[in-house]
Design a protein around this ligand. Structure first.
Ligand code: S3P
Length: 455
């Protein structure tokens, strides 16, 4: 079981202009998949730009426990994969720490193997619903023992011969889509996923790159049907992971909010299934220049030059949610400094992330003087341009981050632009997705310090 790390509170303070050029660590979604698919495919996979966050390292350990061999040489991760259909039964429980993508995709990967595997994680991951991936895996023949409400720890045994299925994903979730497709890799025949609302497409794109026989049809109404022929060969690939747009969001919004800032962020993934925040911020009046848009390793990337901007509130439509699902906490911070009201609709999935992000964001905003209202699947934020009166005293109450890296980072961004400091109760979880965050931000001129609350 995951060992508990001691919480490390931090206080962010109003900062002078943020200036400089930075590179963001590799995309988390692509990094997870690089290790999984590389560990599964026959032969060698070479990865540069891999995110070395705790979430990804947990996925790497799980793949090693099932037979993949991994090493790092200079900046390159080199993986010798087992070959499709040849994963080994893990001898011990697989502990994914805080990583929802790691555990859900790996459950899919091994759900059609005739062996037993146990999955667990930290307190946040153990509170999250796993039924969304266990249900289709049960249809494919997996036997599952889970905690109440299909929570972790889960022990699963796949069937001797899996049943390929056609599955319509009931919620907008790339993790569920991916879990079914990965289970289909070891099932005979064709596994089909019907996706009513498009979510990030890294699994489809990358599996095709690894040699999977896979077809995507998009109907005129946007419904996507993804068909995968199981039990084909996968071959190792060379992958260069682009910068994570979800991590980019934190320095980007910081630069928009701190007066006088001018920051360039290089090599950011611009896959259209991930750019909803950019669209929204541009609508809010953000000064973001998209420089040198280009293709790298089959993905769109670009550099972003961001200057401090006066923002205005907007309505963010529900259909945009999948393309910015991880960015709402920091969008809410941008909204807290915008003129007027920002309305975010159709965001019920935020309730089942690393924390209940609607509740966590609303509580943190209120604690720091922002008026906001939360509904079952919506959030409104009334902004205070200039941040006058926002924040609390450094010795005052801290924002509860609930083991959620994005809640932690979002509220540090608030502190850089608020009149008064903003304190978070724990900064340790930032290492799950963005270990370099503090150093990168202080390098740009942001003021943030760890505080010893016990003292
Ligand atoms: C991810 C999918 C999203 C996202 C998560 C990464 C992925 O989760 O929130 O951070 O890599 O497939 P859902 O599928 O639950 O929306």
């Amino acid at each position: 079981m995951t060992t508990k790390v001691e919480a490390k509170p931090a206080t962010a303070r109003r900062s002078g202009p943020l200036k400089g050029t930075i590179r963001i660590p590799g995309d988390k979604s692509i990094s997870h998949r690089s290790l999984m698919f590389g560990g599964l495919a026959a032969g060698e996979t070479r990865i540069t730009g891999l995110l070395e966050g705790d979430d990804i390292l947990a996925t790497g350990r799980a793949m090693q426990a099932m037979g993949a061999v991994m090493r790092k040489h200079d900046d390159v991760w080199i993986i010798d994969g087992v070959g499709n259909g040849c994963l080994l039964e893990p001898e011990a429980p697989l502990d994914f720490g805080n990583a929802g993508t790691g555990v859900r995709l790996t459950m899919g990967l091994v759900g059609t193997y005739g062996f037993s595997a146990t999955f667990t994680g930290d307190a946040s991951l153990r509170s999250r619903p796993m039924g969304r991936v266990l249900d289709p895996l049960r249809l494919m023949g997996a036997q599952v023992q889970a905690e109440e409400g299909d929570r972790l720890p889960v022990t699963m045994r796949g069937p001797r011969i899996a049943r390929p299925i056609t599955y319509r994903v009931p919620m907008a979730s790339a993790q569920v889509k991916s879990a079914v497709l990965l289970a289909g890799l070891n099932a005979p025949g064709v596994t089909t996923v019907v996706e009513p609302v498009m979510t990030r497409d890294h699994t489809e794109k990358m599996l095709a790159g690894f040699g999977a026989e896979l077809q995507v049809d998009t109907a005129p109404d946007g419904v996507r049907t993804i068909s995968l022929h199981g039990q084909g060969a996968l071959r190792g690939q060379v992958i260069d992971v682009p910068g994570d747009p979800s991590s980019t969001a934190f320095p980007l919004v910081s630069a928009l909010l701190v007066p006088g800032s001018d920051v360039t962020i290089e090599n950011v993934l611009m896959n259209p299934t991930r750019t909803g925040l950019l669209t929204t911020l541009l609508e809010m009046g953000a000064d973001i220049e998209i420089i040198d848009p280009r293709q790298a390793g089959g993905e769109d990337v670009a550099d972003l030059r961001v200057k401090a901007s006066d923002l205005r509130g907007v309505r963010v439509p529900a259909e945009r949610a999948p393309s910015m699902i991880d960015e709402y906490p920091v969008l809410a911070i941008a909204a807290a400094f915008a003129e007027g009201r920002t309305v975010m609709e159709g965001v019920e999935e935020l309730r089942v992330k690393e924390s209940d992000r609607l509740a966590a964001v609303a509580a943190g905003l209120k604690l720091n003087g922002v008026e906001c209202e939360e509904g079952p699947d919506w959030l409104t934020v009334d902004g205070v341009p200039g941040g006058k009166g926002l924040g609390a005293s450094a010795s005052g109450p801290a924002v509860a981050t609930h083991l959620d890296h994005r809640i932690a980072m979002a509220f540090t961004v608030m502190g850089f632009a608020s009149e008064r400091p903003v304190t978070i109760d724990d900064s340790t979880m930032i290492a799950t997705s963005f270990p370099e965050y503090m150093d990168l931000m202080t390098g740009l001129g942001a003021v943030i310090e760890s505080v010893d609350r016990a003292a």
